[in-house]
Each structure stands twice: as C-alpha cells, then as structure tokens.
Design a protein around this ligand. Structure first.
Ligand SMILES: Nc1ncnc2c1ncn2[C@@H]1O[C@H](COP(=O)(O)OP(=O)(O)OP(=O)(O)O)[C@@H](O)[C@H]1O
Ligand SMILES: [Mg+2]
Length: 237
C-alpha cells in the first residue's frame, strides 16, 4: 500500500481554489520534489497533507503511520522563526510533541531522541546556544533535527535550502539524501529544478498543467525539458 495517495484533490482556502485535480502517490522510500512558481500552491499542499488545511475536494488516503501523525515537518522560514528566542535543545525537543496532544514535560525517551537527532545533524555542540544567534545553515540543521524527532517514516520539507549559500546548500542536500537512503520518505518543496532532478525519485510540478511522474519521465517531458533548459541557461549566463 502507498504511504499516501491523492485522488482528484483540490486545494485552497474557503471557496478559493488554488490547485485542482491533483493525483499522485507516495510509496515508502520515495523522494518526491514539488516544484512550481511562487503562489502555485506548494505550501498549501503541505499544509493539506499535515491536515492544517482541509482539501476542498477529492480524497487523501494515508497509511496507519501517517494517520497517527508520524510526520516530520520543516516549515518554510518566516522572519518570526528566524528570531525565535529559545535554545537549540528546546527547539529540537519540541519536535517530540509530534502529532500527540500537548505535553507539559518531556520524557527520558524524548530527551534521548532529541540527543540522537542532534548528533545526526552534527549540532550537539550547539545545543545550549540561542537559536536566533546561529547561521542560516545551522538553523536549518536544527529544524531538520526537530522534524526528525517527530517521525521515523516521512519528512516534509518546505524549501529547506532557501537563503543558504551554495556550499551549505550542497551539504543540506547531501544530508537529506542520506536520510532518504536510510529509509525515510522525503517530500521536499524546492525552486531548484536541477537539484530536484539530481536527488529526487519523483517530481510533482504544479503549474497550469500538473505533472507527476518519476524523475526520468520528468526529464523527458515537455515541461521538464523547458524548465531544465531555462535553468541551464541561467547558470551559463
Ligand atoms: N492562509 C491563507 N488564506 C488564504 N489564501 C492563502 C493562504 N495561504 C496562502 N494563500 C494563497 O494561496 C496561494 C498559494 O499559496 P502557497 O503559499 O501555497 O504558494 P507556494 O507555491 O508555496 O508559493 P512560494 O513558492 O512563494 O512559497 C497564493 O495565492 C496565496 O496567496
Ligand atoms: Mg511556499
């Protein structure tokens, strides 16, 4: 069974439709990149998958882990999050709240889990630092460690490399690819089509016409060829 399946889903707010007739499936171990221009509805799709926004039409089928709220989420950065006045450890631990009801304290298990994920993201030595004083790349690794505390199965990442320099971006992509190889299913929103094609197994391109398929199918498609060529042109300009 798929981890997640969308059938004829429409997304939006109140009666304002943003995306119509979305159909795609995510299987365990997939790495799906979602691309599309600003305002096309990528974040709205993630919010719908997280049940923060109800779909306007269609059906979303989730497997049992997802039903239990086993989802790690790295939200698109906002200015408020950038200046969040808490320590690294507190932010990572807050991922242990997961889909559960609010807990006023953390268990020993939660603390072990937070430490394990800080080690994994190589930020253990930053644990007592204030989040707002970190560099952009360090902040993203903290948020990734936080997302990992919430899940063993699926990660939703909304533009995890935005604002990062090319070297740090590369490091972040490699880290995410490693997590995927270790068995985590990844759904990532990105504006970088070349990197999406390099790392992903599947691509969802939200535009007037929606494309969903394997990355090999995307590379051969008209929309894929068009966008890959314009990105190549930018790099060579
Ligand atoms: N809470 C909201 N209420 C009403 N409309 C919203 C809300 N959030 C987003 N929208 C609208 O929905 C549309 C899609 O927004 P969304 O944030 O999903 O785009 P996006 O593809 O993630 O864009 P970007 O690449 O800029 O992050 C936009 O027209 C936006 O104005
Ligand atoms: Mg967005």
């Amino acid at each position: 069974m798929s981890l997640l399946e969308l059938k004829d889903v429409s997304l939006g707010y109140d009666s304002q439709i943003v995306v119509e007739n979305l159909n795609f499936k995510v299987n365990k171990g997939d790495y799906l990149c979602i691309v599309g221009e600003n305002g096309s509805g990528k974040t709205t799709l993630m919010k719908t998958l997280l049940k923060l926004t109800p779909p306007l039409a269609g059906v979303i089928i989730r497997d049992d882990d997802l039903k239990k709220g086993e989802i790690g989420y790295l939200p698109q950065q906002t200015l408020v999050q950038k200046d969040f006045p808490a320590s690294v450890k507190e932010i990572v631990l807050s991922g242990c709240q997961g889909g559960k009801k609010f807990k006023p304290f953390y268990t020993k298990e939660d603390k072990k889990n937070a430490e394990k994920n800080m080690k994994r993201m190589d930020i253990l030595d930053l644990q007592n630092e204030c989040y707002k004083d970190l560099s952009g790349g360090q902040k993203q690794r903290v948020l990734l460690a936080r997302a990992l505390c919430a899940t063993k199965s699926i990660l939703l990442l909304d533009e995890p490399v935005s604002g990062l320099d090319p070297m740090v971006t590369m490091g972040m992509y490699e880290l995410i690819a490693k997590l995927n190889k270790e068995g985590l299913t990844v759904i990532m929103i990105s504006h970088d089509i070349s990197a999406s094609v390099k790392y992903a197994s599947h691509i969802l391109h939200i535009s007037k016409k929606i494309f969903f398929g394997t990355k090999e199918e995307y590379i051969q498609s008209d929309i894929g060829k068009f966008f890959l060529m314009s990105e190549g042109g930018k790099e060579n300009a």
